[in-house]
Design a protein around this ligand. Sequence first.
Ligand code: CP
Ligand code: NVA
Length: 302
Amino acid sequence: MALRHFLTLMDLSPDELIQVLDRAITLKKEHKQGNIYEPLKNRVLALIFDKSSTRTRVSFESGMAQFGGSSLFLSPRDTQLGRGEPIEDSAKVLSRMVDAVTIRTFEHAKLVRFADNSSVPVINALTDDFHPCQLLADMQTYREHRGSIEGKKVVWVGDGNNMCNSFINAAALLNFELVVTSPEGYEPSAELIEQHKQHVHIVRDPVKATHNADLVVTDVWASMGQEQEQQERAKVFSPYQVSEELMSHAHSDALFMHCLPAHRGEEISENMLEHESSVVWDEAENRLHAQKALLEFLLCNA
Ligand code: CP
Ligand code: NVA
């Protein structure tokens, strides 16, 4: 297979995405049975993180260890990249030494520049615009609990952020309806909505939007890098809290997801993570299994 990157979900075809999701479900079962499987023995994954992380970092590092390989965590505090060495030069050098690179950064364009100069697969571990690895885990989680998501109604509540943009891509690839309910001025990328208008539309009122939903999803009101907007956003977003009351407008068997970390009392009510519809802990665990399936797809099909 030619060199493949995973910068957005659209780097996979619909069939490839389903293949990765099903493989993640199988790898999870194998892992729980204690079966050792080491397809990445002696392979190295570099992790370049310009933003904080718990789930993404730990799931990639654990996944590489379970696959028999290893990982290198590279903080901008310690590398020359952090001191201003050009991205292009860093990409050329690192990709001569490691087998894949995972990057969490601010501008999506930086990730693209790195990938354009890398001779090994580059994986998006979150940018300001997209978080495709989280969507692999979310779509795996839906599949495990409810089967195919095709034709279902998914409601995104809150900020039209990186996660929301990735949900738009998922809607296009897996053919579901995505209703986005956000305050004015905080909608997802207009270009992305236009591109996928058969699958996504905006409904301003969160109660109307949630009517008959099969899946309700939210995320923080201020993402990493927007900390100074926190107070202003808390005011604008307050009608968009996901609560037991809002969930009561969804289907009785609807699921609730949040990529975490969550802020109780802000984008979710105090007990929402423990609500009967919540699958947030499975979502978090599935980061591990879904990314192992992705690593296998990118590194073992060559
Ligand atoms: N959901 C997610 O990406 O979590 P982290 O920021 O902890 O990696
Ligand atoms: N939208 C959030 C997701 C965190 C996993 C952020 O970018 O901070």
